[in-house]
Write a protein that binds this ligand. Structure first.
Ligand SMILES: [Zn+2]
Length: 88
């Protein structure tokens, strides 16, 4: 696959993990304020703030069916990766 997801060094607002594993779920050319990002470590759904740092998603944002669906897909992908390739 040639289309690597855009990755930015960020700190997770849920688990404080500083990592580069926060993939951007939406946003084709890198993150923009309001884009969703999911922590590969804890699965926390975070939103890029105006300065492109990550903040926890609000209850309102979490209630968005699109966000729920992305989190579900992410968790499935993560579970499948662990099943196939083991823990990382
Ligand atoms: Zn996290």
């Amino acid at each position: 696959m040639t289309d690597e997801p855009f990755v930015l060094k960020t700190t997770c607002p849920y688990c404080d993990q500083a990592n580069h594993l926060h993939g951007v779920v939406d946003g084709e050319d890198g993150p923009e304020p309001g884009n969703l990002s999911i922590c590969w470590t804890c699965g926390g759904p975070a939103i890029f703030d105006d300065d492109l740092s990550l903040r926890q998603a609000t209850d309102e944002e979490l209630a968005d069916p699109w966000v729920t669906e992305q989190v579900r897909k992410f968790n499935w992908t993560k579970r499948e990766s662990r099943r196939r390739y083991g823990p990382f």
